[in-house]
Design a protein around this ligand. Sequence first.
Ligand code: ZN
Length: 484
Amino acid sequence: MSFEAVIGIECHVELKTQTKMFCGCRNVFGGSPNTNVCPVCLGLPGALPFPNRLAIEHMIRAGLAFGSEIPAFSKFDRKNYFYPDMPKNYQISQYDMPLTQGGSVTFWMLDGTQRTCRLERIHLEEDTGKSTHAGSADGRIAGSSYSLVDFNRAGVPLMECVSKPDLHSAAEAVAYLEALKRTFVALGISDVKMEEGSLRCDANVSIRPVGESELGTKTEIKNMNSFRSVHRAIESEILRQTGIVTSGGRVFQETRGWDEAAGVTHLMRSKEKAHDYRYFPDPDLTPIEFPPDEVKRLRDRLGALPQARLDRYVVHDKLSIVQAHQLVDTPGLAEFYDASVAISERPQATINFLLGDLSRLANDRGVPVERSGVRPETLSELVALTESETINSKTAKELIERIWSDGGSPSAVVAAEGLAQVSDLGAIDAVIAGVLDANEKTVADYKAGKTKVMGFLVGQVMKASRGKANPTLVEQRLSEALKA
Ligand SMILES: [Zn+2]
């Protein structure tokens, strides 16, 4: 019997705001433990929360980007559970009336297929503090058994995106997460740094026989700290569950932690159900009413979304999936590409320059392409000069390096310095004749069957033409001259 994996992702994203969700403490990463706290985020008696408007706007923009419904009415609820890193012993979250509902995330797989994962909802909550357990890598006193807690992170606005179980492989789960991350970066609503915990995710994984429509029992996997871990953890969990089921056993609903070093998931606890949290509306916070004209204002300001860009690059411009992603994921490059292609109308030649020589220079010099001397118009000129075979690729490469530092117009440099490619057969033949005369021994070697010397002779002709001869024609005329 063969099995199909069914995966849903819960993705937590810390929102980028000046202050925390319900108080005036700064929303910054790090700092000395417990220095960025106040009575509200410490949950001291009598302190009252006050919602952060920008965080709510970020949430609604995220929902709009994924086509979610934005209900006119929403509220905050208390999610009750006891955990040492949560000072109030409840978390302000949203239960039955989240800020956004539904929507979907579309993304491209490397094999060129497009997938869609529906969203259940995106809701807003506050982040918890952070526990450090003694004996762990960063525990303070080895051998003792206690934990330290830092509340600097408590109360930071946290968005939770809950997907429907529409994903069927580790690769799809990672591509989905990358699509989320890309969109949040474009919207400017989060740093999405997994290493600093501003993007965290849990995966719900189950398996079922192929063809079965009912869902199997799922496990929730936690503690994955990179997209690579997400991939490995899901693959390992699918294998574990398949092993259990094929040997006649049964999968239990539980929360499992991912052990990066061992490459396996392990039991953390049996899974809580919603009623364990005893949700009820937070009496300290009034419900949120978000008028349609406000939603419209946010929708109008969404800007170019990465998914629409990717679709255009793949479907219209015929870029490869890898090229399209590289373009969209490098800040500033997609705008540069768009501006240049708008003039040249040559997507493939443009992307080759951008992801080739220009990206190499950007790396070498530590300066992004858009801050170099090369402008979108310059690039379109270069594309025109090479496509019309006015200059060869060697000259183009040299021009790019010069313009990177000095700026200027490639056509003007080509005209002023006579860099145009020589395609005149008479001129090429004359150079070839000179080279053959000067290399009698090599010519004799060639005629004796050492055809490898051809490369050397082509090089000599190119050199004699100061790099300007059309290399295709040189090769053609040279082999004809040698045969003669
Ligand atoms: Zn505070």
